[in-house]
Design a protein around this ligand. Structure first.
Ligand SMILES: [Zn+2]
Length: 523
């Protein structure tokens, strides 16, 4: 049987500077979803990458005294390194300076121009240079840029425009008849009521005041402006071509999920659908605008001086502790909060105690009482059925949460079973059974049940904590990845090793305080 396809993408990261943990969060989230879909038998394509054009990069490169291409090469490499450090399983890392992309974007521009969807006009507006955005008077907050709070300046330039207005009615109709298209739901209403229904202005899609962009191809003075260049990455890199697309494109498009930050949902649910319609293409099935990761409830950003980087966190806590924290703490619709104290607490309570201790105690008891060989002796008691039903319901419960992209709640379901298993140890008291000669088969059954629970939990932990899942399988020394309790597995040659070291909070905070490394901002 052919596998069902699943195409997931992140937004492409802007190569103006190294991404902080708030930006890195998105690729970890996408990775968990991609791995989960693979686990469930889907044929997955996971695309991420970098957005490398624009005035801000031109300025930054100039400041650094290097060519823009050299500048973006450096930052793109840093970004890819961080994605790799976080153990993300993307299938393709794309860069908008790739000549293949540039060539197709030119063709797209021409196709839209020939169709009459792009025309030449003059752009007047209030411009924020760092954000590369024009704003209307009503969008400003206290007279400043609504995104970064900086001053804006009046600016006019000759430019090419995309006829967004032409697609307004179609867009309203589409969004209202496809409730799953924009998630979470609250974002859908915001887009409809605040942006689309009040009236769509035609969108400026070229610039002539800087040169670091893709040439329009039809007018040498102009380069393609940001969104037409950036958004099209989702189709150009899988083989879209106005002159005839590849089989790869036909296989993967439309995308199943564009995962993006809530701040760019407007561009993905207004501009992008209209661009796609102009090209006579289908829309992605879903756009999910995830919440932000805050530090001490403040938005992370370099300009705010509180940037924390994923690679530094990994040096302090390890990859899976950081993955666990960001995946678990960031709720579905509200912003998440990151502090060192909370990260330490979560690592200690959930990872070291609930998960690590369970695995370690169970394997140690198996080694101590049965020389590490455990099979199911079938001496069941009432208390077993509750544990076994927890194990057997887990797959379905995780699926329900993952289908709604409630990643943190999916993790909670797994940890509920781990907690239930720890409680099972208290209920069955293996150390008491061990002292009674006629209870040896019961004791072995108890340990068998615990190992089955650990096995199924480890399978389902894989999307979230892939390294830890692999390590648990190594320790329990079994290859069975079925997501149900089995009666006849055999456990042997198991080796317990500490999965997560308990962190001494004061010591760790002191270590951070002493600037063990340089980039960290103290919370
Ligand atoms: Zn700004």
């Amino acid at each position: 049987m052919e596998k069902e396809k699943y195409y997931i993408s992140t937004a492409i990261a802007y190569t103006s500077s190294k991404p902080h943990i708030g930006n890195t969060y998105e690729v970890i989230l996408a990775d968990a979803i991609a791995r989960y879909k693979r686990l469930k038998g889907f044929d997955v394509y996971f695309q991420t990458g970098t957005d490398e054009h624009g005035e801000k990069i031109e300025l930054k490169a100039k400041e650094a005294g290097i060519e823009p291409k050299k500048y973006v090469d450096n930052v793109a490499n840093t970004i890819k390194d961080i994605w790799d450090i976080m153990n993300t399983s993307y299938d393709r890392f794309v860069r908008t300076t790739d000549p293949k992309h540039e060539k197709i974007v030119q063709k797209i521009f021409k196709k839209m121009y020939d169709k009459g969807d792009i025309y030449k006009g003059e752009y007047k507006g209030l411009y924020c240079t760092p954000c590369e955005s024009f704003w209307t008077e009503s969008q400003l907050v206290d007279g400043k840029c609504p995104d970064c709070g900086r001053d804006v300046e009046e600016k006019a330039e000759e430019a090419y425009f995309f006829k967004l207005s032409k697609y307004q009615d179609k867009l309203v109709e589409y969004i209202e008849s496809h409730p799953e298209f924009i998630q979470p739901e609250s974002r859908k209403n915001e887009m409809l009521n605040n942006f689309i229904k009040p009236g769509l202005q035609d969108l400026c899609v070229s610039r002539s005041t800087f040169s670091w962009g893709i040439p329009t191809g039809i007018d040498p003075k102009h380069v393609v402006y940001v969104w037409l260049d950036a958004l099209t990455n989702y189709i150009t890199f899988i083989g879209y071509d106005p002159d005839g697309s590849s089989d790869e494109f036909k296989k993967w498009w439309p995308a199943d999920l564009h995962l993006i930050g809530k701040d760019i949902i407007r561009f993905h649910t207004i501009y992008w659908p209209c661009f796609l319609w102009s090209l006579d293409l289908e829309l992605p099935k879903q756009v999910f605008g995830h919440p932000w990761l805050l530090t001490n409830n403040d938005k992370i950003g370099k300009s705010r001086g509180n940037a924390i980087y994923a690679d530094d966190l990994v040096k302090l806590f390890g990859v899976d502790a950081v993955r666990y924290y960001v995946l678990h703490e960031i709720p579905f619709a509200n912003d998440g909060n990151l502090t060192y104290e909370l990260l330490i607490e979560r690592t200690n309570t959930d990872l070291a105690n609930t998960l690590g201790n369970l695995v370690n105690r169970t394997i140690s008891m198996a080694n101590k009482y049965f020389d590490g060989v455990v099979i199911n002796k079938g001496v069941k008691e009432d208390v077993d059925s509750d544990l076994i039903s927890y194990i057997n319901n887990l797959d379905k419960k995780v699926e329900e949460k993952m289908d709604k992209l409630e990643i943190g709640f999916a993790l909670d379901e797994i940890f509920n079973v781990l907690r239930r298993s720890n409680k099972y140890i208290d209920e069955t008291t293996p150390w008491v059974l061990a002292k009674e000669e006629d209870k040896q088969d019961r004791l072995e059954t108890v340990l068998y049940n615990l190992l089955e629970s650990i096995r199924v939990c480890a399978c389902l932990l894989y999307p979230f904590l892939p390294g830890t899942s692999d390590e648990i399988f190594k320790q329990i020394n079994i290859s069975d990845k079925d997501l149900v309790y089995k009666e006849n597995n055999e456990y042997k040659d198991m080796k317990p090793e500490v999965l997560f070291q308990r962190i001494d909070k004061d010591k760790k905070l002191e270590e951070i305080n002493n600037n063990w490394f340089t980039n960290v901002y103290m919370l």
